[in-house]
Design a binder for this molecule. Structure first.
Ligand code: HEC
Length: 180
């Protein structure tokens, strides 16, 4: 290529670079100006749009979880149950760990795994693990049975919780009927 050709190419490359630099500079200016243009008083207004503290979470609705059960995925639930296995065994006749064995837990009487030392809080919870009570307890153990000794924060996601319940249902020779 001759000198003239080279100059033409070099010129083209140079002007392309100039355009790019100018472009990004213009963008920088636009962006930073945008930031500066926001008046200070707009901030508190934006903040106020957030839910005030204490009202952040909508009330937990066990019925909504239970309505997901017919289509829940027990295999995905088995995956979530891996978190529980730090403290619980799932199978018939398995030993208690930090927490009681969970075979037949759906519909089982509360605090009745043989040989497990339950807290007073759990013993006085009484009754059976109905679908409803199980959903509430596994959503937030500390709220549902205050003072119980299961150190687990709960399953926050509705679908995960429904899947987990579908898995727990299978831990039985005679799985409980799905809730109506
Ligand atoms: C850090 C250990 C730990 C983890 C993790 C844990 N648990 Fe527990 N769980 C316990 C203990 C301890 C108790 C007994 C609570 C008491 O007596 O107050 C318990 C009790 C329970 C009970 C009541 C059992 C009964 O016989 O009445 C259920 C149901 C239960 N856990 C389910 C689960 C599930 C499902 C998971 C996983 C999503 C889970 N737990 C995760 C320790 C744990």
């Amino acid at each position: 290529m001759d000198g003239f050709e080279f100059n033409k190419i070099a010129g083209a490359v140079l002007s392309a670079m100039l355009v790019m630099t100018a472009g990004s500079t213009a963008l920088d200016i636009a962006l930073s100006r945008h930031g500066h243009e926001k008046p200070g008083w707009e901030l508190p207004v934006t903040e106020a749009k957030h839910t005030p503290a204490g009202q952040a979470e909508p009330a937990f609705n066990a019925a909504a979880i239970l309505s997901l059960l017919p289509k829940a995925n027990a295999d995905a639930g088995a995956d979530t149950f891996k978190k529980c296995m730090a403290c619980h065994t799932p199978n018939k006749g398995d030993r208690n760990l930090v927490g009681p064995n969970l075979w037949g837990i759906v519909g089982r009487k509360v605090a009745t795994a043989p040989g497990f030392a339950y807290s007073e809080a759990m013993k006085s919870h009484g009754g059976e693990w109905s679908w409803d009570r199980l959903a509430k307890y596994l959503h937030k153990p500390a709220d549902e049975v205050p003072g119980n000794k299961m150190l687990f924060p709960g399953v926050a996601d509705n679908t995960d919780l429904a899947d987990l319940l579908a898995y727990l249902r299978k831990l039985s020779d005679n799985p409980a009927a799905l809730p109506k």
